[in-house]
Design a binder for this molecule. Sequence first.
Ligand SMILES: [Zn+2]
Ligand SMILES: [Zn+2]
Length: 433
Amino acid sequence: MITHRTILNITVSLLFLFCGLVSFGQEAVIEATIHKGIQQQTDKIFDDLVQIRRDFHMNPEVSEQEKRTAHKIKEYLLSIGLEVKTNIGGNGVVGILKGAKEGKKIAWRADIDAMPSEIPDVVDFKSKKEGVRHICGHDVHATIALGIANVLASQKDQLEGTVYFIFQPSEENYKGAKAMIEDGLFDIINPDEIYGAHIAPLPATMISTKPEWLFADYKMIEVVYKNSADNDAVLEYTKTLLKSFQNVAAGSEFFDPQSLLSPAIGLANPNTIFKDYITVYDNFNIKKTDDLISIKTYVGSSIFNELAKILPQVKQKIQSSKYSEKLINVSYSGDRANLMNNKKLTNEAMNSISAVYGQQNVIRLYGEMPDGRGDDFAYFQERVPGVYFFLGGSNFEKGIISMPHAPNFAIDENCIKTGVNYFASMIAERLDQ
Ligand SMILES: [Zn+2]
Ligand SMILES: [Zn+2]
């Protein structure tokens, strides 16, 4: 997961403590026996999963170097009887679980890479590799996917359809999903739906998500002029012009991180203020050469396709200003896919998980996070309808706060149980529909 302003979300943890819970219609679920079977098997393998997670944690590998991790994953999948494909888009691994009968095809994706980090780890089972750490929870993601594969394999006779487990390398550099797709992932597997989850700072019994975007879209806008004696005036004009696209007041509650967790206006309230917004970052980056002067900043919006409309407007305004002669170019860079949850699948998946595990554990979000974060799972969602969840990893009583990339990032390992149970049950339900 990539972050421009992690600090903004450092207190999001509390959001999930105070946010209002929303009721879901309970829909009919397949016979409870399969969920019971899933839960019993999860309990049975839980200690093993914790050991696997700690092994990954002690042997972290950065993007594009996940060789050992991929090998361990392959061995485990083979040991529980799955068909396995390796070296897809680098160190990508796919496990294929076929149910007793033909049916739907569902994919579950986990990212597996660690990050360069010099920050001392807070657990006893520290990284054995200097300067590398699982500080984004991908060790847990990989473990949960192995756990789901195990418990669903234990229920194979009751499954109609196929489950694919995608172990994706290189999420931190946003390259792995694209690389797997370009290397023919969807020639090897052809899922009807795809799902995945990321550790988030809510309690370790909870998940949350929402239909469509979870995060605002962000692009870097750059305006380039001829270098001239008017530079100062040109830059001032451009800053004011760019800032005029922001539709939230500077210094307002929108920019107070506490607002994200407010029951009245935060992300989990249907009347959240984190909807329909456009923001323009204040920290402009200015570069001068002999001939040119360029000014850059991030523009973000929670409104679908809004950023595409802003660019021509900026250009047109400059062209009709007194600086039109000096303008060379207006452009965006840093284009990348943004997570986009399929509406119908999100609602159905949330309903089925809350029917089995309790609606108090399934939190629906309404607003889009005003941050530059994302996940390259978005590239899979461009090809296959799917849902991305946040999975709680925190335990506030124990002081464990699972804020990805934060120096004190830690995980309550009970979230492994939550993830395996909830998502294995969800996949079983999806196969049945
Ligand atoms: Zn990350
Ligand atoms: Zn991550």
